[in-house]
Design a protein around this ligand. Structure first.
Ligand SMILES: Cc1cc2nc3c(=O)[nH]c(=O)nc-3n(C[C@H](O)[C@H](O)[C@H](O)COP(=O)(O)OP(=O)(O)OC[C@H]3O[C@@H](n4cnc5c(N)ncnc54)[C@H](O)[C@@H]3O)c2cc1C
Ligand code: SF4
Length: 558
């Protein structure tokens, strides 16, 4: 049998639940479903597909991890011989930074929810690797190296599963010698756990209008490096956060430095993607941050061992789309469950997986399928996730509207009053999308960044090398520019090519020489799957689609 395009028919497998994405949200969903099945004396068949070459390969997070989710999912995980987190936060510093110094903010001034004591410092990728072993031990099938590429629907419009992408298609879209047709994984329910700006999630939000009546989604880009520092500079359990310099007062974001085990220090920088100046380069702001007099000493004499970047969702409580639709649900950062001032979402990813699984198991127990799990959508706001996000819902809008120096103190005040049960502001709106916030280049000050010194600061290409990114070169470009004329007339002529600066992997270049200049060159093989171009392109003219499964970064313990 072959399709109308002459391709062989896809083979398929049937499950109770198909999960897209082996991050903390997807793996928690899978584990909890199996736990529920065991409690009910039944079985629930569960499959997880993951586009990374192995579980954890595409996971990039801070991270300081609130263990509330892990404790609920696997009580006793702390005593396990292979427990992935061992270092607890023992010192917690917040700084407001200027170019030559800064002030450390007293911890007592911080709202209690900002306290990190009791949290763990570690690699979320390694947490996922641990969760995957527990899921497999419970009978979950996990398939790394397979990207969910297409959503399957029945004739009533309900989701019935996903198809993985075809492998071995050349850059012209033609099958190569090693061509393998994708698989259909069909489920009574499908759980989308793709993380921030999931590309199938984006299609579902549009198809079912899941964002109707919700505020716009908001995002940040987070860049991160892992360093091995000199033993005398290593303080396991120390957590430092800074905001202010090198960003200007109108641009939101900040830095983090987390000391984990084995002389390893994670340093990262987040820039809110509603920044206005198209000349800004999040990558170069990050590099500059490491030279600050308060922090450079930590890295001097050390060695950078890994680099990566990933978008994070920042819309919070008011931007969470509807979570249920016929045949499926959204969990984790696909839904946008990050607590922005805490820069934490992994605990809510796990908690939402648990919540979704409980509602899925109930529906499967009633022999349902392909219908809408409206009870899950109805439950999240009154759950621990809703309580966590509601208290901080005004921090990001205040910061965006009033800037760092007024917005942050007012945000802190609002977190204090919310701790007492009220807000002076109600629920503020975010305003424009991140794509709509750029100003024309001619109206903004050009930013000149210092050259990298190769010791503390680096260029993009040597950084991407440390992300171990790899894509099969002879495949279709997975970054789709809808209208190249618009890209030239607007992205290039009006905004001066911001993709060259916001992309943390040097994928986009405007070539200004030659007969066809200016020409938009896409070095797709460098893409670290951060999704920033899909969010920040001013015309929404770039769409991130899934490359062949297994391609992309290979993060060790990010
Ligand atoms: C720089 C940065 C710092 C952060 N710091 C912290 C912190 O300190 N503490 C904290 O708690 N949180 C932090 N977060 C947020 C946290 O990382 C997220 O909340 C969390 O990772 C969300 O989990 P998830 O499972 O929803 O998504 P993800 O962790 O993004 O996992 C999604 C998985 O799905 C896979 N996938 C996606 N699409 C497909 C597809 N179509 N087919 C197959 N597989 C697919 C991806 O490869 C990935 O493995 C940070 C985030 C960033 C970017
Ligand atoms: S091409 Fe897009 S998704 Fe890939 S690294 Fe660059 S900005 Fe991120």
């Amino acid at each position: 049998m072959s399709t109308e395009h002459g391709l062989p028919e896809r083979e398929g497998m049937d499950y109770d639940v198909v999960v897209v994405g082996a991050g903390p949200a997807g793996l928690a969903t899978a584990i909890r479903l199996k736990q529920q099945a065991a409690e009910r004396g039944s079985d629930i068949s569960v499959v997880v597909v993951e586009k990374g070459s192995e579980v954890g390969a595409h996971i990039l997070s801070g991270s300081v991890i609130d263990p509330v989710g892990l404790d609920a999912l696997l009580p006793g995980w702390r005593e396990e011989a292979d427990a992935p987190l061992s270092v607890q936060v023992n010192d917690d510093h917040f700084y407001l930074l200027g170019p030559a110094g800064g002030i450390r903010l007293p911890n007592f001034a911080m709202p209690p929810l900002m306290n990190n004591h009791g949290n763990f410092v570690g690699s979320l990728g390694n947490v996922c690797r641990f969760l995957a072993t527990r899921a497999e031990a419970l009978g979950v099938e996990i398939y790394p190296g397979f990207a969910a590429d297409e959503i399957l629907f029945d004739d009533k419009g309900a989701v019935t599963g996903i198809a993985t992408g075809d492998m071995g298609v050349d850059k012209n879209g033609l099958p190569k010698g090693e061509f393998t047709r994708g698989m259909e994984l069909r489920g009574r329910y499908t759980v989308f756990a793709e993380g921030a700006r999931g590309h199938l999630t984006k299609q579902l939000i549009a198809k079912y209008g899941l964002d109707a009546g919700r505020d716009v989604p908001k995002f940040g880009i987070g860049l991160k490096e892992l360093w091995k520092v000199k033993p005398e500079k290593h303080k396991p359990g120390l957590v430092q956060h800074g905001f202010g310099w090198p960003l200007d007062g109108k641009t939101g974001g900040g830095a983090f430095i987390y000391h984990m085990e084995d002389e390893q220090v994670m340093v990262g920088f987040v820039v809110h993607l509603n920044y206005q100046n198209p000349w800004l380069s999040p990558f170069d702001e990050f590099q500059r941050f490491k030279t600050h007099p308060f922090f450079r000493d930590t890295f001097e004499g050390g060695k950078r061992i890994a680099y990566g970047a990933r978008a994070l969702s920042e819309g919070g409580y008011q931007s969470v789309p509807k979570l249920s639709f016929p045949g499926g649900v959204l969990v984790g950062c696909a839904a946008g469950f990050v607590n922005v001032p805490r820069i934490k979402g992994s605990h809510n990813a796990v908690l939402s997986g648990i919540l979704a699984a409980d509602h899925l198991a109930g529906a499967l127990g009633e022999d349902r399928g392909h219908d809408e799990l409206i009870s899950y959508e109805a439950a999240w706001r009154s759950s621990a996730i809703g309580a966590d996000l509601k208290k901080v819902r005004n921090v990001k809008p205040l910061w965006s509207k009033l800037g760092t120096f007024i917005g942050i103190p007012l945000g802190a005040l609002d977190m204090w009053t919310n701790t007492l049960g009220f807000s002076l502001f109600g629920t503020l709106k975010h305003g424009k999308t991140d794509a709509a916030s750029l100003k024309p280049a001619k109206d903004c000050k050009k930013i000149t960044y210092p050259r990298p010194d190769g010791v503390l600061t680096f260029d993009k290409l040597s950084s991407v090398f440390l992300s171990n990114t790899n894509h099969e070169e002879n495949q279709q470009v997975h970054l789709v520019v809808k209208d190249m004329a618009l890209q030239k007339a607007s992205e290039h002529d009006i905004y001066a090519g911001p993709s060259n600066r916001y992309c943390p992997a040097g994928v986009y270049e405007w070539i200004e020489e030659g007969a066809d200049a200016p020409r938009f060159q896409i070095n797709a093989q460098n893409c670290v799957h951060c999704k920033t171009c899909d969010i920040k392109d001013p015309n929404q003219n770039i769409t991130w689609t899934a490359p062949e499964g297994g391609g992309g970064p290979n993060y060790p313990n990010m």
